[in-house]
Each structure stands twice: as structure tokens, then as C-alpha cells.
Design a protein around this ligand. Structure first.
Ligand code: BGC
Length: 836
């Protein structure tokens, strides 16, 4: 069908609808579907989270999905073709879940290392983020699934995300935060964009004419579907006028009859409504969603090719940060001769954190954790493996262990007092599998509409502890909740502040201890009261933690002392790195720093594996032999770790973010999180390495850094018009990989520089494979925007006065060759978007 015919067809279809029907199309029908209009042959269309896998319509307990590496892990591969393969996989996964839109990728930038969703985003650098995002979108959309790139714009941390006003100057927006979105529109034809929760320079992002209508649609020519973040639309007329086509989720809070009335009163026009309805239909048409009929069942795909792709991608994103020599050879790859016993220590060894928390969570089709995978691999060499957790790292207490409980029952009462009245008859009873429960709609009547009447709920089980002592019980909940043991009140969370659980909408967990006898049965009840609300989302988590009898760090240290080699697997988890809140600092949670220091003192050969989605501090760095940073590498984590540790896969990940020595050194430190409802981006264009390299501060590890087992060096580099050609030499006997990076630095005219002009910026990179003892020449295209700046006066990209230096290196701090140049030699067109 020609595009003209397509346009005509959609015009006819939208004009055949009544105004009411057009308005109905402008909001979801539920959490994950658009509205169907049967009369006109318009089916509902399903959308699904998210960047690490296509989850489908259930947060918990739905069909399993392939869990791919998180955003930082994908960016750490510096490998767009590999990411494009992952995009294809996600496209197939989305189709298996009956979804035509995947709510991904997340391309906000790492403004500070403690942003709660940094793991989901890719990098501190717009060029790297853009190239990874373009590849992701291309792969995904080639499978007939729209990428919904998010969150546009200024949602770079989670602090007060639902209300904060991000104040970002125009040049910083253009040169940093908008770049990945612009590239996705212009180079990948991204079909959908999600607005962010926050305000941007005043108006809500979802009401911003300046961002959506002027820049996204006007300047960049975006002609796809714009949807709000979930409950992130705040207006009836303004959002439609600005260009938010779809309010999500449904049923509508702000549109429907309210929008019809606004049109009647002339606050929004019928043309605004028609345009938005047309965008919804046009997206469906392009995707072929009209032929789908109603969205089909949600299925699990689990094929060997997917597992091996996730394993390969996860391994290739891992960054080797340290690899000291033990005797005359490096600690890694592991040499197993003479090794009889290996201690595998740490909270993430058996857990294997494959993903971050929040809406990016999926329930994986397969899970491989480091303890199991290493035990199998080392077992083949006859090596004994010992294991200790070392220390707990939970942020919220772990959910109740089903093995200590009778099946859970939840009774729901329409009456908000019902749960407290023992004689009241429940309106509904359910049997959840877990004591972490979320409701996406009214639990008693899912069709009740958008104003959710109040309800109360009573969670019950018989809890039989296996240990005597002071048990901790915790409750976090979107509503007031109280936990009772044998009718005695133990935890009352009603006084807790909101934030810290359930996407920031729930109360911080309240924990209290209670002394219990082992093998005695206790009646455990949690009663919660949810008042009438217009936000259907609700949830409760009930956790318990047993008394600690011996010091777990002592136990782990003893195992390390008795081992020839210790592998410590530390990190964060999906509660520390999640949605709705940031981390407080960069420290590893719990006593992990102490654990590593003591283990390293007890065992001469210690390898640390850090399993976190964003940077953590490493006070023990100098005391350990090797450090491998895995990020959240997806469901095949354990096998991918083995591949790198044993040297079957060359370490080839490079840092997509600078690792600061201290949080106080970081660019946004003085301005984050914000004050009085405003996040002032006063560091301007100086985020990440742009800051460290401009102000001359030493990071712990620079942007772009990563070691290999092979030594691949840059021997020479030449400029070829708008590209750079580099000769690489592999000086070792192993096949190697190098990620060559080019930074542009203005070397003259210092007096013309703005206060926040970065000393240098990434303008190109290439990942090269170089066989053992071989020489290779590779070519990198330079970003056509290199050596340009956004001019506020011209409202356009303009060349910056030179001269420049092109710095060719292997990190922002390891520069091998400097090439002098002028702007004219390098860039051709000021209007061209960034290079893909
Ligand atoms: C997140 C989005 C997500 C949506 C649907 C929101 O809380 O910010 O990224 O796609 O929920 O789960």
C-alpha cells in the first residue's frame, strides 16, 4: 500500500468516527490496551513494558519472557550491531505477548551516578546513547513492533519525579538530553515517544507545546504516536493541544467526557482531537495492527538462539576494571592448575541479579546464576566449591518464604472497615503466590472505571518459623497497613512517608521485631485500608527476616581462608536500583565493603565480580586481584560470567559512564536532587567525563575504560575527511578486541568558550576485533555534529570556531594519537543529525 493510499485510508477512517469515538481513542481502556471501536473495525492494541524484556500484561505471575541485559550493559558493549540483534529478539518477544508497542528503550542520561533508573538508561554520553538506541529501535521495529522511546524529557533522576520541574537550559537540552530522542526519530524512524512525568522548564512534559509540538513534531518531523507516562497526564485540553495522542493507562482520568466538554467550550478544538486520533490509527495501520484483531494470548518463547544471544550480549557488556599480576601472569583469565578449592562468596553469587526493578522487571524464561554456573564449570576440573552469602543486602525485607507459611489468602472488602471486622463477609477472596502483591485495577471489580472506590483487604497465613529468636517483619504498602501476629499488632506502617516503594507511590517499609519460637504456628494477618482514589494502582509487600545467629562475614572469611581462590560476587539488587526513588549514595549495600576487605585479607587470590546497574564505590579496590563489572546482564548471567572468567570470551565491555572516586566529585552533586520542587541542571553541559575532563578531576575509572586479556594498541591514526582511520596492533598471543574512541577538543579560542563548554566530547567510536599478533585498520565515521554547537540566536546548529584536536584513544583519559584539524575539514553539514 502506497503511503498516499495509507494516508487517505486513515483520513477516511478517522473521519468516519464520531467526535465521541475519536475522543475514546485518546486514552487506554486499561493498563495495557487502547480502546477498540468495533463498529469501525478498530481493534484494541496492546502495549508492553519494557527495555529488558517484553513482560506482557502482568507485573507478577504472567508468562515468562526473555530477560535481556539492562541499558548500561547494552551500552557497555559499544556494539550497535549486537544491540540491533537484541532489538530483533525483543520484537519477537513482544509479538509473542500480543503487543505491538514495546515501552522502550529508556534513553535519559546519567546526570548523577545515583539515579534510580540509571541501569535502564544507557550512558552519560548522548552520542553513545543515541547509537545504541538507534540500533535497538531498528532491530525492534523490523519485527513489526513500535519502539516507544522514553521519557521525553528531563526525567534523568527519580527524585520527586511526579512533580519536579526540571530546569534545563536550551543548549544543554539540545546538545545532551535531546540527542538520543532526535537520533531515534531521524535515523531509526522511531514510531512512538513517551512523555515524562516531570515538568520541563515550567509546563508538564505532557503539556509542553515547546517540546512536543515545536521540537519533536515540528523540527524533527516526528509523525508517530506520543503517549503519556502512566498517570503522567495532568490536563484535559493542554496535553491534546501539545500533542500527547494517548493518555495511559486507561480508563481515562482527564479525557472522555471532560475532553468533549473542553471541545464544546472551545478550550481544545475538534481538529486537535482528530489529529491525535489519526496518530493512534496511523500507528496501528503502519504496524498492521488492524489485521491482528483483538490482541492474542500471551505466550512464552524459549529458543536456544535467544539464550545464546543473551549470554553473548551479557558477556560482551562486562567490563574488566582491574587485573593484577599474580606471579608472572594476570589473575584473569582464571588458571585452574593447582587449584583445589574455590570459595564463592557474596550476596549476589546465588541470587545473580539479572535485572533492575520497577517497570523494567520481567519474569525470565531461564535463570543462570554465578554460583551454579561456576560450580558446574569448576566441578569439571575436579575443583571443590564452597559458598557463603557473606552478608544480607536487602533494602526491604524479603517476601515471606512460602515454605514457612500455609497458602496465602487475601480477603477483599468494599467496606474500608471490613478487614478489621472479624464477622464481615469478604466480597472476594484470592490466593496470591507471593506476599508481594500489586493491583493494576480495582481488585474487587476490575471494570469499575477510573474512580476507584475504597476497599480494605486482609492478607492471612499461618507462619511457622524454623528458628527461635527475634524475627523482623516489614510492611510497605500503597495504603495504610498493619501486621498482626496472633492478633497482636506488630507493625503499623500508617505513619510512614510516601516514597521508597511501589514506583514511589508506596510508603517506605516499616520494620519491627518480634521474638518467636521455632516450630510454633502463628496466625499472621495484614489488614490494609485503601481510600477512594483515582489511581487504580495499589499494592502491599509483607516481608520477614530470621534472627541472625552467627556473624555471616566471619563465616565467609573462614571459607576464603581455606580456599586457593575466592570469587566474591557483590552488588545491588532490584530494590536498590529501581523506579520512583534514587540511591542515597554509591556504597555497596550492607556490609559488602567490609566483606570484600576481610575476604581479600584472608585469601591471597581474590576476584571481585560487581553485579550492579550503575557505579558503586570500591574502597577495597587496591586489595583485590581483579574486578569484573557485570551490570545486570540478563538471564544468562552465570554462564556469561563463566565465559569471561575462563577466557572463552574476551573482556570487551567499556564503561559507558565515568566511575567517580567519590560522590562529592560528581558534576550534579551540588544541584541534585533539587529544591523547592525544582531540579536545576546548573552543571549544564558538563555531565560525566565532560565534567571530569574540563575541571581536571580524576575519576576512579574514566568513561570508555576497560581492559582486555589481549593487548590491542593504537599504532597510528589519520583523518580522512569526515572519518578517522586507525591502525591497531594486537601485541599478544590471544585474539583481542578494542573499542577505539575519538573525542573532539577545541584547542584554541578559549576566550570564546561558554562557561560550560566541555573540554572534549565523544564524536565517534568503533569496536574492532584483532587476531593474535595481527595488525588491523579500522575506520570510524565522525558525528556530523562534531565541532558544532546549538546557537540560541540562530535556533540552529552552527560550526564552532577552531582549531580542534581529534583525540584517538581507548578511554576519555587514554589518548594515543592527537590529530590537529579545523572544523571545516571534519564536518560538512550543519543540519545533519548525528551519525549512526
Ligand atoms: C514508567 C514507564 C513504564 C510505565 C508502564 C511508568 O511508571 O515510568 O517507564 O513504561 O510505568 O509500566
Amino acid at each position: 500500500m502506497s503511503s498516499q493510499r495509507t494516508d487517505h485510508h486513515i483520513d477516511e477512517l478517522v473521519d468516519s468516527l464520531t467526535l465521541e469515538e475519536q475522543v475514546a481513542l485518546l486514552a487506554g481502556t486499561d493498563f495495557w490496551h487502547t480502546v477498540a471501536i468495533e463498529r469501525a473495525g478498530i481493534p484494541a492494541m496492546r502495549v508492553s513494558d519494557g527495555p529488558a524484556g517484553a513482560r506482557g500484561t502482568l507485573f507478577e505471575g504472567g508468562p515468562a519472557s526473555v530477560n535481556v541485559p539492562c541499558g548500561t550493559s547494552l551500552a557497555a558493549t559499544w556494539d550497535p550491531p549486537l544491540v540491533e540483534e537484541v532489538g530483533h529478539l525483543l520484537g519477537k518477544e513482544s509479538r509473542a505477548k500480543g503487543a505491538r508497542v514495546l515501552l522502550a528503550p529508556t534513553v535519559n542520561l546519567h546526570r548523577t551516578p545515583i539515579g534510580g533508573r540509571n541501569f535502564e538508561c544507557m550512558s552519560e554520553d548522548p552520542h553513545l546513547t543515541a547509537r545504541i538506541a538507534v540500533a535497538y529501535v531498528r532491530g525492534l521495529q523490523a519485527e513489526g513492533v513500535a519502539a516507544c522511546i522514553k521519557h521525553f524529557i528531563g526525567n534523568d533522576t527519580e527524585f520527586e519525579r511526579n512533580t519536579i520541574d526540571s530546569h534545563i537550559d536550551e543548549r544543554t537540552l539540545r546538545e545532551l538530553y535531546m540527542v538520543p530522542f532526535e537520533a531515534a526519530v531521524k535515523q531509526a524512524g522511531v514510531m512512538s515517544v513517551m512523555t515524562s512525568y516531570n515538568r520541563i522548564n515550567g509546563p508538564w512534559a505532557a503539556d509542553s507545546v515547546a517540546m512536543i509540538d515545536d521540537v519533536l513534531r515540528g523540527e524533527w518531523g516526528f509523525d508517530g504516536l506520543v503517549m503519556s507516562d502512566w498517570f503522567g497526564l495532568h490536563s484535559t485540553a493542554e496535553g491534546v493541544i501539545a500533542g500527547v495522542d494517548l493518555e495511559m493507562p486507561g480508563p481515562t482520568l482527564h479525557r472522555g467526557p471532560k475532553l468533549l466538554e473542553a471541545v464544546e467550550q472551545g478550550k481544545a478544538s475538534a481538529a486537535d482531537v482528530r489529529r491525535a486520533a489519526r496518530n493512534v490509527l496511523s500507528a496501528m495501520h503502519r504496524l498492521g495492527a488492524f489485521d491482528d484483531g483483538e490482541p492474542g494470548p500471551e505466550l512464552t518463547r524459549d529458543v536456544p538462539e535467544d539464550r545464546s544471544l543473551v549470554r553473548r550480549a551479557g558477556a560482551q557488556g562486562m567490563v574488566l576494571l582491574r587485573n593484577e599480576r599474580a606471579g608472572d601472569v594476570p589473575v584473569l583469565p582464571l588458571r585452574l592448575d593447582g587449584v583445589n578449592r574455590v570459595a564463592i562468596i557474596g550476596p549476589n553469587a546465588a541470587r545473580g541479579q539479572t535485572e533492575g526493578g520497577g517497570s523494567a522487571h520481567v519474569h525470565a524464561t531461564h535463570l543462570s546464576n554465578p554460583l551454579e554456573a561456576l560450580s558446574v564449570a569448576l566441578g569439571k576440573h575436579g575443583i571443590e566449591v564452597t559458598h557463603a552469602v557473606g552478608c544480607p543486602t536487602h533494602k526491604r525485607l524479603p517476601a515471606l518464604q512460602p515454605a514457612l507459611c500455609t497458602p496465602f489468602v487475601v480477603d477483599f472488602f468494599r467496606d474500608v472497615e471490613g478487614a478489621d471486622a472479624s464477622e464481615a463477609q469478604p466480597d472476594l477472596s484470592t490466593t496470591p503466590e507471593s506476599s508481594r502483591i500489586m493491583w493494576m485495577s480495582d481488585p474487587i471489580d476490575p471494570d469499575v472505571g477510573s474512580a476507584i472506590p475504597g476497599f480494605s483487604a486482609r492478607f492471612r497465613t499461618t507462619f511457622t518459623p524454623d528458628v527461635t529468636g527475634a524475627w523482623e517483619f516489614g510492611v510497605s504498602s500503597v495504603a495504610d497497613a498493619k501486621l498482626y501476629l496472633d492478633d497482636g499488632l506488630v507493625v503499623d506502617n500508617s505513619t510512614q512517608p510516601t516514597g521508597g516503594s511501589f514506583f514511589g507511590l508506596g510508603k517506605t517499609e516499616k520494620v519491627e521485631a518480634s521474638y518467636l519460637q521455632a516450630n510454633r504456628a502463628y496466625q499472621l494477618e495484614v489488614r490494609l485500608r485503601r481510600p477512594t482514589t483515582d489511581n487504580a494502582f495499589s499494592g502491599v509487600q509483607i516481608g520477614a527476616y530470621p534472627p541472625t545467629l552467627a556473624d555471616p562475614v566471619d563465616e565467609a572469611t573462614e571459607l576464603a581462608a581455606a580456599a586457593d581462590l575466592t570469587i566474591v560476587v557483590v552488588g545491588t539488587n532490584d530494590d536498590w536500583e529501581s523506579e520512583g526513588y534514587d540511591r542515597d549514595d554509591m556504597a555497596l549495600p550492607g556490609r559488602q565493603d567490609e566483606l570484600i576487605a576481610r575476604v581479600a585479607a584472608a585469601c591471597a587470590h581474590t576476584v571481585v565480580i560487581v553485579n550492579a546497574g550503575s557505579p558503586v564505590s570500591m574502597p577495597w579496590l587496591d586489595d583485590v586481584g581483579a574486578v569484573l563489572y557485570t551490570w545486570f546482564p540478563g538471564q544468562e548471567m552465570g554462564d556469561a560470567v563463566v565465559d569471561v572468567l575462563l577466557g572463552d570470551v574476551e573482556p570487551q565491555g567499556r564503561l559507558p559512564v565515568s566511575f567517580p572516586a567519590r560522590l562529592e566529585d560528581t558534576p550534579a552533586f551540588e544541584h541534585h536532587p533539587g529544591r523547592n520542587g525544582v531540579a536545576n541542571y546548573l552543571e549544564g553541559r558538563l555531565i560525566g567525563y565532560r565534567w571530569y575532563d574540563t575541571v581536571g578531576r580524576q575519576p576512579l575509572f574514566p568513561f570508555g575504560f576497560g581492559l582486555g586479556y589481549a593487548t590491542v594498541v593504537i599504532a597510528a591514526a589519520r583523518q580522512l575527511d569526515d572519518a578517522v582511520e586507525v591502525d591497531l596492533v594486537n601485541e599478544s598471543d590471544r585474539d583481542g578486541v578494542q573499542v577505539v574512541q575519538v573525542y573532539a577538543a577545541r584547542t584554541g579560542a578559549a576566550e570564546h568558550r561558554g562557561d560550560d563548554e566541555p573540554a572534549q566530547q565523544l564524536v565517534g567510536f568503533v569496536k574492532a576485533r584483532v587476531p593474535a599478533r595481527a595488525t588491523t585498520t579500522v575506520t570510524m565515521q565522525l558525528d556530523p555534529r562534531a565541532m558544532h554547537t546549538w546557537s540560541i540566536a540562530d535556533h540552529d546548529w552552527v560550526p564552532v570556531e577552531g582549531p580542534f584536536e581529534l583525540r584517538v584513544g581507548t578511554s576519555s583519559r587514554d589518548i594515543a594519537v592527537r590529530i590537529g584539524t579545523t572544523a571545516g575539514q571534519v564536518t560538512k553539514s550543519s543540519a545533519a543529525p548525528n551519525h549512526s
